[in-house]
Design a protein around this ligand. Structure first.
Ligand code: AMP
Length: 180
């Protein structure tokens, strides 16, 4: 499938909500993409064809919108899905990574046994959007800390005005579909 066609469809279906969750933020709402069966399927077909050649072992998705795309892709690739969650949500033993926000910090975590017995598991990281890249950087560190090998980080949307891709390229390959 042609990337330009997909980009055009995503551009039409994703909506911008000004001043959410606080004044000055342009929130990119992907619910309008999810409820459009044609475009959601088109996106998943594109990602499946891109990643099926890589012989991945897991897809890891970042809470919470990364869960939707990551889990859908994992079933298409017939591999497992691993959630990377905000601190305090995962029930078993975890590894935690702290990262800086504009004001303060946040923490994400992963189950320590998420990649089970696969040594050097090949992992794709996925989220809906990359802005500063802080969440993605912390997530890549988590994947590494439990023995995984992050092959690529994939984001549907790249928020303009940040140099996040350069930041993440120090750790892994980066693939983004649409600049917003
Ligand atoms: P960052 O760590 O700055 O790259 O932020 C990425 C995370 O925050 C992703 O999980 C996004 O879903 C969310 N996010 C940040 N900015 C926006 C935005 N303008 N619209 C929607 N989601 C956002």
């Amino acid at each position: 499938m042609d990337l330009k066609i997909l980009q055009n469809e995503l551009n039409i279906t994703i909506r911008n909500i000004p001043d959410f969750p606080k004044p000055g933020i342009q929130f990119k709402d992907i619910t309008t993409l999810l409820n459009n069966a044609k475009v959601f399927t088109m996106l998943m077909e594109y990602l499946e064809s891109r990643y099926k050649k890589l012989n991945l072992d897991y897809v890891a998705g970042i809470e919470s919108r990364g869960f939707i795309f990551g889990a859908a892709l994992a079933t298409r690739l017939n591999i497992g899905f691993v959630p990377i969650r905000k601190k305090g949500k995962l029930p078993s033993t975890t590894v935690v990574e702290k990262y800086a926000l504009e004001y303060g910090f946040d923490e994400v975590e992963i189950h320590i046994d998420a990649f089970m017995n696969i040594k050097n598991a090949k992992v794709l990281l996925i989220d809906d959007l990359i802005a500063t890249g802080g969440t993605a950087e912390a997530s890549i560190k988590l994947i590494k800390s439990i023995g995984g090998n992050c092959i690529e980080a994939c984001f549907l949307l790249k928020l303009l005005g940040f140099d996040a891709v350069d930041r993440i390229k120090e750790y892994t390959e980066v693939f983004t579909i649409l600049d917003v």
